[in-house]
Structure formats: structure tokens, C-alpha cells
Ligand binder design. Structure first.
Ligand code: TYD
Length: 143
């Protein structure tokens, strides 16, 4: 696994119990493996269109951990200074999407399923959906 170099991120590794031919079980606990209280969980599937792109935004406050619980995809991260691509292919290894981290999900395999644990309820005003706005908010925060 590549080291995560961007800010406000990191790996989260879940316990994974493999029951031989009977599948695998992974567990996430709030304030334990997941470094916050989980208020919302959502999943993304039906990514059969290989050219699908999700994300393309940053959050001002929200913390999330993203998992690829089936298949694989590429997670592109950008903290305004460094950019990094992470191949998401382990169902028990998630990546923290902290505040002010521009993220894009793409190159989904067939049957790919994403699962996200979030620290708060959906709030459109927490989103930055314009990349130039993201850069200028970062600059304002650095002052
Ligand atoms: P969006 O966050 O843009 O999806 P992604 O980042 O995966 O591409 O959300 C897509 C739509 O779903 C948008 O209209 C907002 C809505 N939505 C909710 O209503 N609640 C939620 O918790 C989420 C994540 C999205």
C-alpha cells in the first residue's frame, strides 16, 4: 500500500474475519477504527458505466472514511499542494477523507461497490464543488 502523503487523510484498517468458504466479515466501530461519531452511512453501486466519475468536490468540515467493499476503483486526492492516486482494492482498508481534501473516484471495476461513513448529516452548504473556489478557500485558511 502506498503511503498517504496528502493532508487530512490516512488509512483505516478494519478487522476482517474470513470464514473459509463462507465469506468474509469486516467491522467498523465509531470512535475506534473510524475516528469520529458516525452520523450517516451511504453506498454507491451500479457503476457499470466504466466512464463514471464521482466526487469532484471537497468538504469544509465533514469527515468521511471511504471503502471499496467490492471490486476496485481509483481514488484521486488533492490537498491543494499534493496530489495522489490510491488504488482501492481491499475491502477492509478505507481512506479518510478529511476536510478540505478534493476527491474524485473513477476507473470502477465491474461490480464495484463503495461504502462511506460520514461524521455528519448531508449538508449541501458544506460542499465545495468548484475547484477554483477550493483553491481560494485554502489560501484564505492559510493566511
Ligand atoms: P454527491 O455527493 O454529489 O455524489 P458523489 O460525490 O458521490 O458524486 O451526491 C449526489 C446527489 O445525492 C446530490 O444531489 C446530493 C444527494 N445526496 C443526498 O441527498 N444525501 C447524501 O447523503 C449524499 C451523499 C448525497
Amino acid at each position: 500500500m502506498d503511503e498517504i502523503r496528502v493532508k487530512n487523510s490516512g488509512y483505516v484498517t478494519l478487522k476482517r474475519y474470513v470464514d473459509d468458504r463462507d465469506g468474509a466479515l469486516c467491522i467498523m466501530n465509531a470512535n475506534q477504527e473510524i475516528p469520529f461519531d458516525i452520523k450517516r452511512v451511504y453506498y454507491i453501486n451500479n457503476l457499470e458505466n466504466m466512464t463514471s466519475i464521482r466526487g469532484k468536490h471537497a468538504h469544509r468540515q465533514l469527515q468521511q472514511v471511504i471503502f471499496c467493499i467490492n471490486g476496485c476503483f481509483t481514488l484521486s486526492l488533492d490537498d491543494g499542494e499534493q496530489k495522489q492516486d490510491i488504488l482501492m482494492m481491499k475491502d477492509n482498508v478505507g481512506v479518510i477523507l478529511g476536510p478540505m481534501l478534493w476527491h474524485t473516484m473513477h476507473d470502477f471495476s465491474s461490480g464495484c461497490v463503495l461504502l462511506v461513513a460520514a461524521s455528519d448529516y448531508y449538508d449541501e452548504s458544506d460542499y465545495i464543488r468548484d475547484y477554483e473556489e477550493f483553491r481560494s478557500e485554502l489560501k484564505r485558511l492559510q493566511k
